[in-house]
Write a protein that binds this ligand. Structure first.
Ligand SMILES: *[C@@H]1O[C@H](CO)[C@@H](O)[C@H](O)[C@H]1NC(C)=O
Ligand SMILES: *[C@@H]1O[C@H](CO)[C@@H](O)[C@H](O)[C@H]1NC(C)=O
Ligand SMILES: *[C@@H]1O[C@H](CO)[C@@H](O)[C@H](O)[C@H]1NC(C)=O
Ligand SMILES: *[C@@H]1O[C@H](CO)[C@@H](O)[C@H](O)[C@H]1NC(C)=O
Ligand SMILES: *[C@@H]1O[C@H](CO)[C@@H](O)[C@H](O)[C@H]1NC(C)=O
Ligand SMILES: *[C@@H]1O[C@H](CO)[C@@H](O)[C@H](O)[C@H]1NC(C)=O
Ligand SMILES: *[C@@H]1O[C@H](CO)[C@@H](O)[C@H](O)[C@H]1NC(C)=O
Ligand SMILES: *[C@@H]1O[C@H](CO)[C@@H](O)[C@H](O)[C@H]1NC(C)=O
Ligand SMILES: *[C@@H]1O[C@H](CO)[C@@H](O)[C@H](O)[C@H]1NC(C)=O
Ligand SMILES: *[C@@H]1O[C@H](CO)[C@@H](O)[C@H](O)[C@H]1NC(C)=O
Ligand SMILES: *[C@@H]1O[C@H](CO)[C@@H](O)[C@H](O)[C@H]1NC(C)=O
Length: 781
């Protein structure tokens, strides 16, 4: 799971447990993709043809029925089956089969954030210029969440003030363990679950051992948190363990929510995700939100279940938003990079949960925590995890406070400083508590920078940034008294600077398609309050018996549904906009500045750039009225695949239709994206873009360019006059290398008509240089 490493570890160990009960076989699940949906055939006949096809290689209809995991018959054509690699190869040789690929596993990658985004004012009132007013809070837009399910009793899904379910809704509420159709209502209008591929890979789900529900019910909390962030109803007096008290709400509080549970302990499989999208597209979902993904090396788009399913959704006019991943600050770590997806990075808001570590020399170091546990107001002995190493333990493990690596005799009653990394953040607190420690200082390494995360630790604790961590370890080295106290945590508002990029947020460049900038945008993903499951504690640690209605968690999993909620508002306001138009409006209006009017910082407090945030920080009110749009049709996306030099058969894989690429396909750099990325500029290159005038019959734009260092940027024409709403005009941008750049250089261009600023990020790298970028290690922990 992308956001809570401790839970991820716990979940992984549970999967390992269930694997033991399941004999390992050479067979695994393969997805057999047959293209677009055969509209003229009844779905039973299509399923029967899948069984026949599989029977022809397995030599038995019974064996075929037994190995069949899914038949996709609604929005596209194909099936998933548990078969051997030989049988998969045999199927891939059949003429009607477009492709066969293994079932990839993905991981899951109050609320103040909406006020921070300007949808409400500081009194919590919603001014008339707010996108909330304009779009009537996303009324009747349907958001489909592919995640760990839902805790339907949460007030975020209350349908108190909701009218009847929109007639276009075609979905359903599926029963299962502790869940039936009575759990759906006029707000939570659909709930389904997809477990067949998971079980085909891991053996039957043991509900007792895992605490999971074989139903849409959420045992983990992640799905409840993300779907309520996107579309949760107003809940007054929401708080997590008393912190961040206020009115919780999603981005589109009057939208309807449909749940597609595809994630189970240990992961979310492509074949289950495809089954959910196959249904969800027919159900009438308007916006899909997926806080999950794989990690580099990224498969080609035609072997990526999320990319394929999202393509079919976008073809039907459904916007798809995905998280960028939590593998930052490593360069090239961004995932979900298809051009038809909105890929979301994560950044902070202007709220902290501050707790100080005060050392024996009375130096105070600010940190963050959501721990409700308090120490007495006196000094406690301070040690590092390494200082109290258990005899059998590795020094580095004890410095990282891995469970079992600390000596209880030496830990008792002390505050223990633990380095971040290797194990989950809350798990370090559990390790110190188990060893009898009194409190914990969780200390960033330089790679983690100044990013601190408020976790509901199981003991008094504070999490400090790299600078404070350095000072605290220096004190530990130099002082003989070595003692500290921890103040209890308080909610602090109007924190500056904000937003700051999260260090864990996955970064560009796009390793699959270097000439397409990813991520696209950043949105709040640090310390976000939203609804939670009643089945698990806020830490996910099994000895933690607390239950919360709301929890505060962090990840690109949390920023993704912010963009989904805003996309729902834009869909409500502009029902005729394509997914590309919605994306363009969000990207071209994004901000590059923080609340001190400074360029947005990265986690280590150096200036961030497009590889951190794409277009910048989301600005929903401006997105309502972007002035110009960089639009794209489904056919443009197919042409894009020609640009990637994909063969007709691999394009057929993705689109499900035959398509003949033009003799000279457009280049990737000419795809009408609202940003420009050039990964290997050799001399000079001219790219074309086309903008559509929206919202006024007469407008006149002039371009402003901020060229990347060492690159000249010429825009022709530099002035665009429109006389009609909907009018399109093209322009050319010529990039010329003045100097060989060392690595990527960044800039932007803006079309300005005096009212609208339509901004596009530029990233350029010249050829002939070593493009080695240093990986800085994993910091999601
Ligand atoms: C429902 O509407 C009533 C009256 O307009 C209002 O007082 C109440 O807060 C609303 N409830 C919710 C959950 O929005
Ligand atoms: C759903 O389950 C609840 C609790 O067991 C029960 O009261 C209710 O009648 C069930 N509803 C349906 C439609 O089966
Ligand atoms: C499921 O797990 C429980 C508890 O760990 C165990 O007692 C039971 O035997 C398991 N059931 C199956 C079918 O493996
Ligand atoms: C949260 O705020 C509400 C209303 O402002 C108040 O009634 C309630 O006591 C507060 N709860 C906590 C835990 O602070
Ligand atoms: C609803 O589902 C039915 C049956 O699968 C399908 O024929 C129909 O096209 C769907 N309607 C919409 C609006 O997708
Ligand atoms: C503290 O001492 C250890 C062991 O000598 C050393 O590795 C570390 O770099 C020192 N830390 C600081 C912040 O001085
Ligand atoms: C596609 O092939 C053309 C011609 O060989 C080449 O110039 C271009 O760089 C290729 N594009 C990609 C994305 O590989
Ligand atoms: C694609 O074209 C091939 C060869 O022309 C044909 O056999 C096949 O049926 C077509 N497939 C689709 C999905 O139209
Ligand atoms: C750059 O362009 C020149 C002239 O066309 C060519 O000779 C050279 O090989 C190119 N360099 C690279 C790295 O593609
Ligand atoms: C543009 O002009 C047409 C025709 O006069 C009018 O119907 C339309 O509302 C105008 N659009 C805008 C955005 O002003
Ligand atoms: C090229 O780089 C050098 C040194 O980095 C700099 O002095 C010079 O001004 C640059 N030339 C141009 C045209 O930007």
């Amino acid at each position: 799971m992308e956001r809570l490493p401790s839970a991820a570890l716990l979940l992984l160990s549970l999967v390992a447990a269930s694997l033991v009960a399941f004999p390992l076989e050479a067979s695994k699940v393969y997805i057999v993709y047959l293209g677009s949906s055969p509209q003229s055939m009844h779905s039973n006949l299509v399923s029967a043809s899948h069984h026949q096809m599989l029977a022809s290689v397995l030599d038995s209809l019974d064996a075929a029925k037994e190995s069949m995991v899914y038949s996709y018959t609604r929005s596209f054509n194909g099936f998933a089956a548990r078969i051997s690699p030989d049988h998969a190869a045999a199927l891939s040789g059949m003429p009607e089969v477009i492709s066969v690929f293994p079932n990839k596993k993905n991981i899951l990658h109050t609320t103040r954030s909406w006020q921070f985004l300007g949808l409400e004012d500081t009194n919590g009132d919603v001014p008339e210029w707010s996108l909330w007013q304009k779009a009537n809070f996303g009324q009747d837009v349907i958001i489909g969440s592919l995640d760990t399910g839902v805790w339907p009793e949460s007030q975020s899904y209350s349908d108190n003030n909701f009218t009847q379910i929109p007639e276009k809704w075609n979905g359903t509420c599926v029963s299962g363990t502790a869940f039936n159709s009575s759990n759906c209502n006029r707000k939570l209008i659909g709930a389904r679950f997809y477990i067949d591929a998971y079980e085909a890979e891991n053996g039957p789900l043991n509900e007792t051992a895992t605490g999971e529900f074989r139903s849409p019910r959420d045992a983990e909390g992640h799905g409840t948190h993300t779907s309520s962030t996107a579309g949760g109803e107003f809940v007054v007096g929401a708080n997590a363990l008393g912190f961040a008290n206020g009115t919780a709400k999603g981005g589109a509080p009057y939208s309807r929510i449909a749940i597609y549970k595809v994630c189970w302990p240990g992961g979310c499989y492509d074949a289950d995700i495809l089954a959910a999208l196959d249904d969800g597209i027919q159900d009438g979902v308007n916006i899909f939100t997926l806080s999950l993904g794989g990690s580099p090396p990224l498969p080609p788009l035609y072997q990526d279940g999320i990319a394929i399913g999202a393509f079919h959704a976008v073809q039907q006019g459904i916007t798809v938003i995905c998280s960028a991943g939590n593998a930052g600050p490593s360069s090239g770590s961004v995932t979900n990079v298809a051009p038809w997806i909105i890929t979301v990075a994560a950044s902070s808001i202007d709220r902290d949960f501050t707790s100080y570590a005060i050392l024996g020399n009375y130096a105070a170091y600010e940190g963050e925590s959501l721990s409700e546990y308090k120490l007495k107001n006196r000094f406690y002995p301070l040690v590092s995890g390494g200082d109290i190493k258990a005899a059998s333990a590795d020094y580095s493990d004890s410095l990282n406070c891995v469970i079992g690596s600390l000596d209880p005799a030496k830990a008792k009653g002390k505050i223990v400083a633990c380095k971040r990394g290797v194990t989950g953040r809350v798990s370090k607190g559990e390790a110190v508590l188990l060893a009898g420690g009194a409190g914990m200082i969780l200390a960033n390494t330089p790679d983690d920078g100044e990013e601190t995360i408020a976790d509901p630790h199981v003991l008094p604790a504070t999490h400090v940034g790299a600078r404070n961590a350095g000072a605290i370890f220096a004190y530990l080295n130099s002082s003989s008294s070595r003692q500290a106290k921890l103040t209890s945590s308080t909610t602090v508002l109007d924190v500056k600077p904000a937003p700051v990029m999260a260090a864990f947020s996955s970064q560009g460049p796009n390793t699959l398609i270097p000439d397409l900038l990813k991520p696209d945008i950043t949105a709040p993903g640090l310390n976000i309050l939203a609804a939670y499951t009643g089945a698990t504690s806020p830490t996910g640690i099994s000895s933690d018996k607390r239950v919360v209605k709301f929890n505060i968690i962090s990840g690109t999993s949390m920023s993704c549904p912010h963009v989904a909620g805003i996309s729902a508002l834009l869909k409500g306001l502009h029902p005729d906009w394509s997914p590309a138009a919605i994306k363009s409006a969000i990207l071209t209006t994004a901000s590059l500045y923080d609340n001190e009017e400074q360029p947005i910082y990265s986690g280590d407090l150096t200036t961030a750039g497009p590889f951190n945030y794409g277009a910048g920080h989301i600005n929903p009110n401006a997105a309502a009225d972007p002035g110009l749009l960089y639009d794209a049709t489904p056919e443009d996306y197919v042409l894009f695949l020609c640009s990637l030099n994909y063969t007709s058969s691999s394009i057929a894989v993705l689109t499900g239709t035959n398509f003949t690429c033009p003799q000279t396909p457009p280049t990737v750099t000419n795809f009408n994206y609202p940003s420009v990325a050039i990964s290997a500029l050799n001399g000079s290159l001219t790219v074309t873009r086309t903008v559509t005038n929206v919202g006024s019959n007469s407008s006149s734009y002039e371009v402003y360019v901020r060229a990347p260092t060492g690159i000249s940027v010429e825009v022709q024409p530099s002035k665009l006059d429109f006389i009609k709403d909907g009018e399109k005009q093209s322009f050319q941008i010529t990039f010329t290398a003045l100097n060989q750049t060392s690595g990527y250089k960044f800039g932007y261009f803006i079309w300005n008509d005096g009212t609208h600023l339509v901004k596009s990020s530029i990233v350029v790298q010249t050829v002939d240089i070593s493009t080695v970028t240093t990986a800085q290690g994993h910091s999601a922990y």
